[in-house]
Design a protein around this ligand. Sequence first.
Ligand code: COA
Ligand code: MG
Length: 293
Amino acid sequence: MQLAVPGSSEKMMSKAAGSKADHVFLDLEDAVAPKEKVASRRKIIDALKSLDWTGKTRCVRINDLTTQWAYEDIISVVEEAHEHLDTIMLPKARSASDVLFVDTLLSQIEKKLKIERRIGIEVLIEEVEGMLNVEEIAFSTPRLEALIFGMGDYSASQGIDPKVIAGKSGYPGDAWHYGRWKIAVAARAAKIDAIDGPFPDFRDAETYSEECRRGLLLGFVGKWAIHPAQIEPALSVFTPDPAAVAKARRMVEVYAQAEKDGLGAIAMDGEMVDAATVRMVQDILQRADSAGL
Ligand code: COA
Ligand code: MG
């Protein structure tokens, strides 16, 4: 899961470093007021360098490419803190060329400073143009590590009623289904992560957990937390259930034995196991491995 942290707040960045979040993004975009944008770069650089981020992916969200801040966000943060930074998050990506702008700038900085560890890119799909172009965005550069569905800005871009993101729209069905499905397909095809975006009511853990599950069911590997109260619910949904992992492992063993015995399909506890069912559990096994289960 990814914890959103305003880059203007030293206090929240320090709390984030001490949290259980496994990915933290320090924000220069919407959580930071225009008059704080420039000063927040320095705060973020200092936080990256001075706090203990062990066990966390360290990401900085820059301002979008239509603003006057984006290029200097990248240059100042990466030049000064690249050893303490894993990824840059690009908001409001509309096309592959947006991602390539960030890619090219990063390549130049890496060359100048002889940086050997490549800085990754994560992009937010939160404009209707970005949703239209999500396939080309997903394959834009090998530097890309994640597609994130930003349903707040996306609502504004498409004209979706704000009640939908609050989970109280009465819409028959899940209004995010199409976006999540499309993003998950593009991310899986490009072998990168699909991440679900924000749920604003941080006191409503029940609806938040349900939103986490909806993403998980479609192949998303995480969701944003915008407040520390959302960290535990997200970790609990996205960390694989030990019983399901044990069953998946047994399925793989049973199938391996069946193959040795010359069988393509076999019954396990009244369920059929064949090549496709074994393939379906690979995802949970991978998640279990990365969670060290
Ligand atoms: N990261 C780290 N710490 C956070 C945090 C966050 N995202 N959100 C809240 N906290 C801290 C608060 O500083 C507070 O610390 P304290 O107990 O030491 O005083 C504690 O968690 C409890 O916070 P609370 O008082 O319930 O909320 P708040 O009024 O301070 O903050 C928000 C509410 C919404 C302003 C805040 O959660 C926030 O800024 N979230 C992120 C916004 C963001 O990044 N938006 C862009 C992406 S959508
Ligand atoms: Mg946004």
